[in-house]
Design a protein around this ligand. Structure first.
Ligand code: EPZ
Length: 437
């Protein structure tokens, strides 16, 4: 079941042989493709299974490096986990371990979301701090503020967050930070608060669909939550949660990446299993650029019909344009005539892909949290290096549009978040294959 050596996350290098993805660009992608379950919904929902001793069944879990890392973490904490054909079955153990080890947490930042459920269930947790990240500084102050207000004593000891509480008590928690709301901090606080005594109100909560999906799962487990999907979430603590079954929402970032694949290759793709309500900001931006987008049933068809216009882009918390689409939009704007300015409001340093795009002939200048892009006629295939998940997607998109061959090294970054990406692209006509580094 274990797909490959454990890897992923922000800053660790994978050991052993690594693949790179080779792309011969210039093919217009055409056909149908189905989006997988959302990684960023699956990971906290998997962590939420720690809140009960009963069995939980989660369907539509994408088979990715990150979800496999979370399987390892759950097992290390004492859960029994089976993962087959997208169905994850988690059953309880006699004794839950409250220590989430550095070796696992450091490979994937999202593992930090075991803090809330461990604290909620056991009233104690020791979770390694996730460490640095190539997309910029990623503090955890909001996570800690939230659990402290719920009554936990929190210490930082030898790189671990050590949290203990005699009991957790509902509280009024303002969770807004310098860059707005926090997805995983909202998840952590919600998962700690569901088993607290009394009522918790989270203000400036993240509204991302993945947070709402976690809330839906918790409700199925018996939690009392209202307002999820809005900036104010109310949680009435309950004594215990039971097992539940749930299907993960579709991955809006994978869908968005495929939408851009259609446009950057001047193709025509029908993308299935899409909730287009989750993609409002992106659809609006792509239509402004001149894309032809239709929405038959639970699908989106994206068609290139005429040269696109350069558009300005600003990333924002949901329902704004997601930071997780910024790099892919930059690839598209780099081959769109005119000047566009991309402003990153969530992670002002999330621009590692700029230098690699420029290696392929793009004309992009970074100015603080802005990238100024002068569209060029065509990119030229080159060896480039992936540095994080969405930057990898951006380079693959650029390679699909470029003249000649592109090789994207450190492709394990892509495998953290895109299920069967090679097969999906091939099915759409792309010339992609794996090579050894
Ligand atoms: C989630 O990360 C996603 N990860 C990220 O996706 C995504 O980029 C990010 O949300 C923003 O949408 C998962 O869901 C697993 P945040 P998260 O806390 O929750 C600041 C991908 O490519 N902040 O919402 O860790 C933070 O620095 C990944 O799939 C604090 O200041 O992000 C940022 O500026 C990468 N203090 C802003 O909030 C804190 O305690 C939003 O980050 C926490 C965050």
């Amino acid at each position: 079941m274990d797909p490959a050596p454990l890897m992923g996350g922000c800053h660790k290098e994978r050991k052993g042989g690594v693949d790179k993805l080779a792309i011969e660009g210039g093919v217009k992608l055409k056909g149908e493709v189905t989006v997988s379950g959302a990684k960023n919904a699956a990971l906290p929902i998997m962590a939420a299974t720690l809140l009960t001793d009963d069995a939980c069944v989660i369907k539509g879990v994408p088979f990715l490096r990150d979800t496999n890392t979370m399987v390892k973490i759950l097992r290390s904490l004492g859960k029994n986990v089976e993962f087959e054909n997208g169905v994850l079955t988690v059953t309880g153990s006699k004794k839950l371990n409250h220590v989430a080890d550095y070796k696992l947490v450091s490979t994937m930042r999202a593992s930090f979301c075991v803090l809330g459920p461990l604290l909620g269930k056991l009233k104690k947790a020791k979770v390694s701090l996730p460490g640095g990240c190539v997309i910029g500084n990623r503090p955890v102050d909001l996570h800690l503020k939230g659990i402290k207000l719920l009554g936990a004593d929190v210490d930082i000891d030898s790189g671990y967050v050590v949290a203990n509480a005699d009991r957790l008590k509902g509280a009024h928690i303002y969770l807004g930070g310098v860059y707005g709301s926090s997805v995983l901090a909202t998840d952590n606080v919600m998962m700690a608060a569901v088993l607290a005594q009394g009522k918790t109100v989270v203000e400036s909560a993240a509204c991302e669909p993945e947070v709402a999906d976690l809330a839906e799962f918790l409700i199925k487990m018996g939690a009392k939550i209202r307002g999820h999907g809005t900036p104010i979430i109310e949680i009435e603590g309950v004594k215990r949660l039971h097992g539940a079954s749930h299907t993960i929402i579709s991955d809006r970032i994978e869908a968005g990446t495929l939408m851009i694949a259609a446009l950057i290759t001047r193709g025509d793709i029908l993308i299935k299993n899409v909730n287009f309500k989750h993609l409002g900001a992106l659809i609006d931006k792509l239509e402004e650029a001149g894309a032809v987008i239709t929405k038959p049933d639970d699908s989106i068809r994206v068609r290139y019909s005429k040269p696109l216009r350069a558009v300005n882009v600003t990333t924002l918390p949901y329902p704004g344009l997601p930071t997780d689409m910024q790099a892919q939009l930059m690839a598209l704007m780099s081959v769109t005539s005119g000047t566009s300015v991309i402003t990153e409001k969530i992670y002002p340093d999330r621009f590692v892909h700029v230098a690699e795009l420029n290696r392929m002939g793009a004309n992009i200048q970074k100015e603080g949290p802005h990238a100024i892009i002068q569209g060029v006629d065509v990119l030229s295939g080159a060896p480039v290096m992936a540095s994080d998940l969405r930057a990898s997607a951006c380079l693959v998109l650029a390679g699909l549009a470029a003249r000649g061959k592109t090789t994207v090294s450190r492709i394990y970054h892509l495998e953290r978040g895109y299920e069967n990406v090679e097969e999906k692209l091939k099915k759409l006509g792309a010339r992609v294959w794996r090579e050894k580094e």
